[in-house]
Ligand binder design. Structure first.
Ligand SMILES: C[S@@+](CC[C@H](N)C(=O)[O-])C[C@H]1O[C@@H](n2cnc3c(N)ncnc32)[C@H](O)[C@@H]1O
Length: 198
């Protein structure tokens, strides 16, 4: 499995606010762009991809919505609205959940009330973590592990205190080059680097 985590610090956990924030300050379109580029290829989808979206603008708990590309069945199309609808539906399903609970939303999609820190702590047991950072090691200068998990943020940077805990979990910083890219653009480049090595 190849995994991607988007830490969306500004994304609301209320579905109506999430949908109303597309193109606004919270830039929730980023979540749909990430899913588009992590899971779709032309006319098809990639296998063995996990995407975890962590939405952190909340009145109660962060929501982690996880997508398994092998199991998702009923998408309404190869477009952003299809993904936004799935995210909104997962958020509605999560209403009333207590801390650190899980609810299955539909095949391939589940929602959990866990924080980014808790999620990456779990992922570190099965994956090598890579934190995307322009100042990290250039992706072509290192050998990526067979089970990589890439950590990205929305337009709000990772808080400084997260860096130390990620380091303790063995996360390595990797760069894709000198330009500051969107998270979804990073994902396209990462897929391509890995595709070239297969
Ligand atoms: C739009 S950027 C985040 C920008 C944010 N304001 C910041 O200063 O980190 C979205 C994500 O892409 C990653 N990213 C963007 N360009 C990159 C590059 N050239 N190499 C590695 N990661 C990159 C960032 O680290 C971040 O996780």
């Amino acid at each position: 499995m190849r995994a991607f985590v988007l830490r969306a610090r500004s994304a609301p956990t209320d579905s109506k606010m999430l949908l109303a924030s597309v193109g606004q300050d919270a830039h929730t379109e980023i979540l749909a762009h990430v899913l588009m580029n992590a899971i779709f290829v032309a006319q098809s989808h990639r296998e063995d991809i996990m995407v975890h979206l962590v939405l952190e603008s909340t009145q109660d708990f962060s929501r982690t919505i996880s997508f398994n590309s092998n199991e998702i069945t009923n998408l309404s199309g190869f477009h952003e609205q299809a993904w936004l609808d799935k995210i909104a539906h997962a958020l509605d399903k999560s209403i009333g959940m207590n801390k650190e609970q899980l609810r299955n939303v539909e095949p391939g999609i589940c929602v959990r009330t866990i924080s980014f820190e808790k999620l990456v702590g779990e992922l570190a047991e099965d994956y090598q973590l890579y934190m995307l950072d322009k100042k990290g090691d250039f992706i072509r200068d290192i050998e990526l592990a067979a089970n990589p998990c890439f950590l990205l943020t929305d337009h709000m940077p990772m808080p400084k205190k997260s860096f130390n805990s990620l380091k303790r979990l063995g996360a390595e910083k990797i760069s894709l080059g000198p330009k500051m890219l969107f998270a979804s653009q990073c994902i396209v480049l990462i897929h391509n680097e890995l595709d070239l090595t297969l």
